[in-house]
Design a protein around this ligand. Structure first.
Ligand SMILES: [Zn+2]
Length: 260
């Protein structure tokens, strides 16, 4: 008999970018309703569907939310919180810290945190809008009391940064839906993969993470994974993950705290 795959800890994280990711890509998109509507779909259709799916499966997730998305869709953030999920920081605008002056970056960090806190979130985590840092990002995160960052790809387990008192919860493109499904009319450089192909890749990675005792961090975007057919794949895949012996769903915050 074939031994079943032993599970490992799983973080289901969503970057709730809505319209801001398109405006961050090109400020001119703010005047392009068709382009922005891709992000609006995330708030209007996908987040409610994802919350219902998570409720059915009894999974607690982590949602990284830009401040401006929370301003535009406050009821959605409240629904995420009401579902018992973690809400964490994802910038104010969806702008990479590498493109901000230190003072601007600090202003975005403070403003984003204030908006999420005002909606009832206890914000301890930060994922930058680009999975990248400026030279001062870690300093600012420590200064403003963040407990963890979820940005780097140099490990498969959470670890404490050597230079700063903050935990890293590592990510990777293989486990990011956007790498497989993102389509941008401005470039046409990426093809849209089938859900079956992505699920096969994610199962393969899960077996590897389990064998190496890693922390399996899925990074999903409501506007990307929340298309109708992909939602069906997500539900089937999360059900499969849940049924693997020894697998356990944790929030990014719980994973970071476990590394203390
Ligand atoms: Zn994002």
């Amino acid at each position: 008999m074939t031994k079943p795959v032993a599970g490992c800890d799983v973080v289901v994280s969503f970057d709730f970018d809505a319209e801001e990711v398109w405006i961050g890509e090109d400020p001119g998109n703010a005047g392009r309703p068709g382009t922005l509507s891709q992000g609006t779909y995330g708030a209007k259709v996908a987040v409610p569907a994802v919350l219902e799916l998570l409720r059915r499966l009894d999974i607690t997730a982590t949602f990284f939310v830009p401040g401006r998305v929370a301003e535009r869709h406050p009821a959605r953030v409240e629904e995420i919180l009401a579902g018992g999920h973690e809400v964490a920081h994802h910038g104010y605008t969806h702008t990479s810290p590498t493109r901000l002056a230190p003072a601007e970056e600090e202003e975005e960090l403070v403003r984003g945190a204030q908006i999420l806190s005002a909606l009832g979130a206890d914000v301890v985590g930060y994922r930058s809008p680009s999975w990248d840092f400026s030279p001062v990002t870690l300093d600012l995160l420590v200064k403003h009391g963040f407990g963890y960052s979820s940005n780097l790809m140099d490990d498969i387990r959470p670890y404490r940064h050597a230079t700063h008192d903050i935990v890293e919860v590592p990510v990777h493109w293989t486990l990011d839906d956007a790498a497989h499904f993102w389509f941008d009319i401005a470039s046409w450089t990426k093809s849209i993969r089938t859900s079956a192909e992505v699920r096969a890749l994610w199962e393969e990675e899960f077996a590897g993470y389990s064998a190496m005792n890693g922390l399996y961090v899925l990074t999903l975007h409501p506007q990307v994974i929340g298309r109708p057919g992909r939602l069906r794949m997500l539900e089937a895949f999360l059900t499969w993950l849940r049924d693997q012996d020894g697998s356990r769903f944790v929030t990014a915050r719980q994973a970071a705290e476990g590394c203390a």
